[in-house]
Write a protein that binds this ligand. Structure first.
Ligand SMILES: Nc1ncnc2c1ncn2[C@@H]1O[C@H](COP(=O)(O)OP(=O)(O)O)[C@@H](O)[C@H]1O
Ligand SMILES: [Mg+2]
Length: 270
């Protein structure tokens, strides 16, 4: 699981044409970057099991702009996880185009994908995936450690991220010493600490009681208000309703719930 936060980068060169990764904030380049965060065109994904082929994505077009908060919903088996894996650069398309924050990621190999994940995406999972032996602070430092950010800066940024999610007084607690909602907020801090282009959350409230669910959803609302781009995969209608836009996945195709231009906010969902 650590590989999600970029461990593959550890044994690879960090000094490519993007410059010094120690100064890993690319915000300046981004602020007036008009490229959508997600630009998926005619995305197809075929799984092969022996001689059997199954087309899990059958031509998905999905464009998500900077600052959008989008929920992806759909029944079991519809292709949500497949889509999430593609969006999160955990897997590649069989056919089609995918640009992430303007960068063509459709043809990258494993190592390059890991670098893109580390730099551009913050993941939040249903099961938190925190390392139990490490403090909240050390867990949040991990993505920066994989980027080889110096210790003092790492610590400062992880502390700031934990303060941002309301856990400034829990820096040295281990996951086992925190509530579910607090653990998920640590995971959100870890997702944010590298200042990613995209926050990708897969059923982030699936393991939480209603109080903690409320806590985490309020935090996502706040991050959205601050301009974060959020994609949340969920099967819970109450959770999806928090997003500004809902995309339905059905039989390997994706479609917006309604076109904002022709539908009033209250329609059908009051
Ligand atoms: N690795 C795989 N190999 C073969 N078929 C797969 C694989 N992963 C998913 N599928 C198939 O693709 C379809 C979509 O799966 P998935 O994306 O996991 O759906 P969801 O997350 O919406 O439940 C399902 O029919 C599933 O059986
Ligand atoms: Mg799934």
């Amino acid at each position: 699981m650590a590989d999600l936060f970029g461990s593959v980068v550890l044994d690879d060169d960090l000094h490519d044409d993007r410059g010094d990764d120690r100064r890993d904030d690319r915000r300046e380049d981004r602020d007036d970057d008009p490229a959508p965060v997600i630009d998926l065109v005619a995305g197809r994904k075929t799984y092969r099991t022996g001689s059997i082929e199954f087309e899990a994505l059958r031509g998905v077009d999905l464009r998500i702009g900077r600052g959008e908060y989008v929920a992806i919903v759909g029944p079991s088996g519809s292709g949500k996880s497949t889509l999430m894996n593609v969006l999160g650069c955990l897997d590649t398309l069989t056919q089609g185009e995918y640009r992430l924050a303007g960068e063509d990621v459709a043809q990258l190999d494993e190592v390059e994908l890991a670098q893109v994940r580390n730099r551009r995406i913050g993941f939040v999972f249903q099961q938190f995936h925190l390392l139990p032996a490490l403090s909240a602070l050390r867990n949040v430092e991990l993505p920066l450690q994989y980027r080889r950010v110096a210790a003092a800066e790492r610590r400062a940024r992880a502390t700031e991220a934990l303060e941002r999610v309301g856990l400034g007084d829990r820096l040295h607690h281990r996951p086992g010493e925190l509530s579910g909602g607090q653990q998920q907020r640590v995971a959100v801090a870890r997702a944010l600490v590298g200042d990613p282009d995209l926050l990708l959350a897969d059923e982030p409230t699936g393991n939480l009681d209603s109080t903690s669910t409320h806590e985490v959803l309020a935090l996502l609302d706040e991050l959205h208000a601050q301009g974060r781009t959020i994609v949340l995969i969920t099967h819970e209608p109450d959770v999806a309703r928090r997003a500004q836009r809902v995309v339905h996945v059905l039989d390997g195709l994706a479609q917006d719930e309604h076109s904002p231009a022709v539908t009033s906010p209250a329609e059908g969902r009051a």
